[in-house]
Design a protein around this ligand. Structure first.
Ligand SMILES: Nc1ncnc2c1ncn2[C@@H]1O[C@H](COP(=O)(O)OP(=O)(O)OP(=O)(O)O)[C@@H](O)[C@H]1O
Ligand SMILES: [Mg+2]
Length: 488
């Protein structure tokens, strides 16, 4: 702890060695008014005024300010001074102490940031659920309208566009959920190029208007054992930084992936590169970009690259940067590959099972009426018998009263009342052989986790194309026995 004394003239008369070690200056430099030179220029007037006011009434003085440490970094200090008196009661000046509270503040801010992210996640999940149902209804309505339009009708193009745009909106919502960290998937064998490709929509809406995003994604990369959310976060942080480096001017951001090697006899690796034609960095800035809370931007938190580096290290990889002022920047991330590579999990829709000619009977459990009615209509048009249920209780009643017609249950994961997993147990108890297909705005992995190893035949992510759903239902009707494998 640094200690200081001042005289009755409000001039510094002593600082201890701790203070001198902190500032890297001599005692002579600090005495009198010299110490204030260490205070951040933006804080000086406030600090001087606060001391003066305390002196006038001899009150206790407690003030926070930034002071420059010997290495040039500004640290946040809490300075606490009280009036002191000589033995005969005469005012002799102030005595005070200074504590470096930078780390304390950072922890607190990090805690707040985490909390903010968590509430954002809850919000995003709620929005995503409702939004995806509505988008699903738009897609299905547009498909239904297309099939009813006269061939060659001028409205066909517009209606088709409505469908395509709604599907894209659905993709963005899906990426948002992942970003808000509602989905924290365990490490899995991932293809880096696919991870990047799947987030392009979100990246495009996240960068500046004048920025052009280009990709050079290698196909057939070796798989890496990684946490998908974290890898997405790395890509996002680097691309957003690149966009910010363009400073509102037109420019290009290029994301590329390629096979690589980590050197030595360690196994294969993959390379992620994000480069931009933006401002570039000076040597001084470049040396500090990975420090937590280092930022040159007014609204920056300086956490992007610190967390990126943390993630890359946790995955056993490395990150490097090349940059010069006016020459743009290039961030290169190397990530090691999985030792025993697992094949990617096939989707139920891609499985090689015979597809039935007729649709059979489907119990469609979905609480969003606007979505349920239009999907049911489309399925009926494709020769399915559809029985609709708005919640779990209705689904149970229907299944109990139906002795054998229902072959497939299409189940929305987030229903009011009884949980999806409980409902599945009930349905299985009533009809063990019924095939269940889950549908949700979340990814397959997240949805499956909620069902903890239960026997689920298939999965389809909302919003979906009616054709994909029909395809999946026909396969379910054609498959001879329920198979847990197809759920992944
Ligand atoms: N592509 C880039 N081009 C130029 N400077 C960059 C680039 N990427 C990062 N920087 C510099 O590194 C600093 C730290 O980046 P970092 O992502 O950690 O924090 P930030 O972007 O300032 O804030 P945030 O926490 O919101 O990400 C930036 O403020 C910027 O000065
Ligand atoms: Mg950043």
């Amino acid at each position: 702890m640094a200690i200081w004394l001042s005289g009755p003239d409000n001039r510094c008369s002593f600082v201890n060695k701790r203070w001198l070690d902190f500032t890297g200056r001599t005692l002579d430099q600090e005495l009198g008014q010299g110490w204030i030179e260490n205070v951040h220029p933006d804080d000086r007037e406030r600090v001087a005024t606060a001391y003066r006011r305390s002196f006038e009434v001899l009150s206790e003085c407690r003030i926070e300010y930034r002071a420059r440490r010997a290495d040039g970094e500004y640290r946040c200090l809490l300075d606490h001074g009280v009036a002191r008196f000589s033995a005969d009661g005469e005012f002799a000046g102030y005595v005070g102490s200074c504590v470096d509270i930078t780390d304390l503040k950072r922890n607190f801010e990090q805690h707040l940031a985490t909390q903010k992210l968590e509430s954002l996640g809850v919000l995003a999940a709620g929005v995503a659920h409702d939004f995806n149902n509505l988008l699903g209804a738009i897609v299905a309505r547009a498909e239904s309208a297309t099939s009813e339009l006269a061939p060659g009708s001028p409205a066909t193009y517009d209606v088709e566009q409505v469908r395509v745009i709604a599907l894209r909106a659905g993709e963005i919502v899906a990426q948002l959920i992942t970003f808000a960290r509602q989905e924290n998937a365990p490490p899995a064998a991932l293809d880096l190029s696919s991870v990047v490709a799947e987030m392009l929509d979100l990246l495009r809406v996240s960068i500046a208007k004048a920025a052009v995003l280009e990709t050079e994604l290698a196909s057939g990369l070796p798989l890496m054992q990684a946490n998908a959310d974290e890898i997405r976060q790395v890509v996002m942080n680097l691309v957003v930084n690149a966009s910010e480096a363009l400073e509102g001017e037109p420019g290009t951001i290029t994301v590329s992936t390629a096979p690589a090697s980590l050197g030595g006899d360690s196994g294969g690796a993959v390379r992620l590169e994000v480069r931009d034609t933006g401002s570039g960095m000076t040597e001084e800035v470049k040396n500090r970009i990975f420090d937590p809370f280092f930022t040159t931007r007014f609204v920056g938190r300086g956490l992007g690259l610190a967390s990126t580096q943390g993630i890359v290290r946790r995955h056993g990889g490395s990150i490097e940067v090349e940059s010069a002022p006016g020459k743009g920047s290039r961030f290169t991330v190397l990530l090691p590959c999985a030792a025993g590579q697992a094949a990617p999990v096939p989707h139920a829709a891609e499985l090689d099972v015979p597809s039935a000619e007729t649709g059979g009977t489907v119990l469609f459990v979905e609480d969003e009426e606007s979505l349920r009615s239009v999907i049911a209509k489309c399925l009926r048009r494709k020769n399915f018998q559809v029985i609709e249920a708005a919640d779990g209780a209705a689904a149970i009643e229907i299944l109990k009263s139906d002795p054998g017609g229902i072959g497939v249950v299409l189940l929305d994961v987030t229903l009011p009342g009884i949980s999806g997993a409980e409902l599945l147990d009930e349905l299985r108890w009533i009809r063990p052989e019924v095939k269940v297909i889950l549908s949700t705005a979340y990814s397959r992995e997240t949805a499956m986790r909620g069902f903890g190893g239960r026997d689920v035949w298939g999965f389809i992510r909302k919003p979906y194309r009616t054709d994909d759903l029909v395809n999946l239902l026909r396969h379910a009707a054609g498959a001879s026995n329920p198979s847990g494998d197809s759920s992944g």
